[in-house]
Design a protein around this ligand. Structure first.
Ligand SMILES: CC(C)(COP(=O)(O)OP(=O)(O)OC[C@H]1O[C@@H](n2cnc3c(N)ncnc32)[C@H](O)[C@@H]1OP(=O)(O)O)[C@@H](O)C(=O)NCCC(=O)NCCS
Length: 165
């Protein structure tokens, strides 16, 4: 079951991100700050956390937010599934949930960023299988030999150049 995260989910989500290998514990304070800020009035609608409960435990979580200087572009900044439950469709269910929600609200584009390292080959395959395409690559972004790859998905059925004359 997928539901909006609550403030009380914070520790479970942070533990999940560490368990999934997204972050080391030392890197958590800024993530914790982002989580806390997301529940303040005024930004709540544009910064969203969701969790997926599976067999009574919090098995997956994601954070996605509106790209401020854009026309209805959203960024799936974080997604993680507990290692023991990976490969069972939970990640896909989470991404589909995000896509359906944003599409129904008239949002246009969903992007997601990941690393070019071999360690992230399955993550890249995951996005490609979900219909994302590699849109941009920023060389050496995360370090020498570690590019940032931006994957892209149009949420709207309206062609992006439909308004050009
Ligand atoms: C990437 C991730 C969110 C995918 O969620 P998931 O529930 O494991 O994925 P699903 O079961 O819905 O989809 C399975 C597909 O995802 C891909 N995949 C990516 N990482 C995987 C993993 N560790 N285990 C199994 N499949 C994985 C494969 O393409 C797989 O398809 P296949 O079975 O044909 O090989 C999850 O594996 C994860 O948390 N990984 C570590 C953190 C991470 O890399 N997050 C993304 C950062 S940009």
């Amino acid at each position: 079951m997928i539901r909006a995260a609550r403030p009380a989910d914070k520790q479970s989500i942070l533990d999940l991100m560490v368990a999934a290998g997204l972050f080391v514990r030392e890197a958590l304070p800024p993530i914790e700050a982002i989580f806390d800020e997301s529940f303040s009035e005024g930004v709540r609608a544009e910064r969203r956390w969701i969790v997926c409960e599976h067999d009574g435990q919090l098995a997956g979580a994601a954070y996605y937010a509106h790209e401020t200087v854009s026309d209805r572009v959203w960024n799936l900044f974080m997604i993680a599934v507990l290692p023991d439950t990976q490969g069972r469709g939970i990640g896909q269910e989470i991404v589909r949930h995000v896509e359906v929600e944003l599409t129904s609200q008239g949002e246009r584009i969903l992007i997601v960023e990941t690393s070019s390292l071999e360690d992230f080959a399955r993550t890249r395959k995951f996005y490609i299988e979900l219909g994302f395409v590699e849109e941009a690559r920023i060389r050496r972004y995360y370090g020498d030999g570690n590019d940032k790859i931006v994957f892209y998905k149009a949420l709207s059925v309206v062609p992006l150049d439909a308004h050009k004359s």
